[in-house]
Design a binder for this molecule. Structure first.
Ligand code: DX5
Ligand code: ZN
Length: 220
């Protein structure tokens, strides 16, 4: 099943409650929450308080994408705030220790929250094959993280294909493969064909005149 996860990074932060309700009415499947720390990526967006305030406004799962250093130190706050899925970057974990990614995913699971690992567009997905056994989701970046509205990097589709093939080969046919960055109405079909089943879209959804139509078209 294809799921669409609009990114609230493209919403008006002063009217977030209305944006969440509109997303739900427009047929979104998840709410993608982009958390940036000003260090792993240059901008700062928001922390657990935003997730906590959004939580009572929607039944949709909250998909929290942590673009932060030292993710282990922050898991508790996002789990307590009501995140349903938390994803952490391979790059932030690998610079701490080889075991840090798995330890962080285990920590996320210990709160009863789904977990996922993220790779940037210049990282081969093979680097995280060793956590496919415990990950609920893998997130493949198709832009370098930090900003909405960037252009889709097509080589990310290689990571998508490899991820789907590897997940299938180890019997993880249930693995969610999410893609994030530059997804739009034009490229969604080839992204789905490559094997991604969760499509994040920020500007393509929030910039659309008809949000429901945009979500439906990205879903295919
Ligand atoms: C990039 C974020 C993405 C981004 C998506 O740093 O992780 O979620 O906001 O926005 P679009 O769809 O506009 O590329
Ligand atoms: Zn994101």
């Amino acid at each position: 099943m294809i799921k669409i996860a609009p990114s609230i990074l493209s919403a008006d932060f002063s009217a977030m409650g209305e944006a969440i309700k509109k997303l739900e009415k427009s047929g979104a499947d998840l709410v993608h929450c982009d958390v940036m720390d000003g260090s792993f990526v240059a901008p700062i967006t928001f922390g657990g308080q935003m997730v906590k305030n959004i939580r009572p406004l929607t039944k949709l799962p909250l998909d929290v994408h942590l673009m932060i250093e030292h993710p282990k130190t922050q898991i508790k706050f996002f789990a307590d705030a009501g995140a349903d899925i938390i994803t952490v970057h391979y790059e932030a974990c690998a610079k701490i220790s080889p075991a840090y990614l798995r330890e962080t995913l285990e920590l996320i699971r210990s709160y009863g929250v789904k977990c996922g690992a993220v790779v940037n567009p210049d990282v081969d997905i093979e680097r995280i094959f060793d956590v496919f056994d415990i990950a609920d989701m893998v997130l493949i970046m198709s832009v370098f993280p930090g900003y909405g509205g960037q252009k889709f990097i097509p080589t990310a589709l290689e990571n998508v294909k490899k991820a789907r093939a590897y997940a299938d080969s180890i019997g993880r046919t249930d693995m969610d493969i999410e893609i994030d960055g530059g997804v739009n109405l034009e490229n969604a079909a080839q992204i789905r064909a490559a094997g991604a089943n969760v499509l994040v879209a920020g500007s393509a959804v929030f910039g659309a005149e008809d949000m429901a139509a945009a979500i439906a078209k990205i879903r295919g």
